[in-house]
Ligand binder design. Sequence first.
Ligand code: 5GP
Length: 221
Amino acid sequence: MTTAAGEPDRPEFPAPARGSLIVVSGPSGVGKDAVLAPLFSAETCPPRLRRCITATTRAPRPGEIDGVDYFFLARDEFERRIGEHFFLEHASYAGRFYGTPRWWVEAEVAGGNDVLLKIDVQGALQVRSLAPAAVLVFIAPPSEEELERRLRGRDSGADPGDLMRRLAIAREELALARRYDYLVVNDRIERAVGDLRAIVIAERCRIRKEQAAEQGSSQPF
Ligand code: 5GP
């Protein structure tokens, strides 16, 4: 087997029984997408890493595509799915709903793939309590001032109220970073991508998690 970059894939012995659930959070505007896009490029993507597309009730930003960036749902449809336990976790962020499709995550992890979830801090902490083996990675800005600059630059036409809400949430999220397993500072994109890739690979090489799975852990992940 070869990777997308044409290199021989790593030998799969002993084959990991289940993949890891890797949760990436960080304040709005920190550059999560700017780090994740190169991580998932053909040359860089660790073998067996898959990105989960989540659902939201917010409107698409210019250039965002339904089914690629998010599944964009109407609020009543989202609420119906909450009632059907469709989501592994869901949260309200800046007045909009966001949620992770449970079935997709469970199928990928059970099939031995690593799943990367890009979700907010509330969602990450819900995942941690449901799946203690989940790996939580926090992407932080080099400073609060730099975060504000990036947020203002991202969407100059955005409602100023939305910007202020996102900054207030960012302060709360930064205070919760210590509950994560890893911290990646996004001062330079290439360095942040390298750090995140190293974490994904280290988790794939981890032995202890495999022992827990072999001992018949009843955790879903
Ligand atoms: P944005 O509106 O900027 O795309 O996302 C706002 C926040 O919602 C970001 O922190 C993003 O990571 C988070 N988010 C995206 N999808 C989900 C999800 O399924 N669940 C949770 N809890 N947060 C999400």
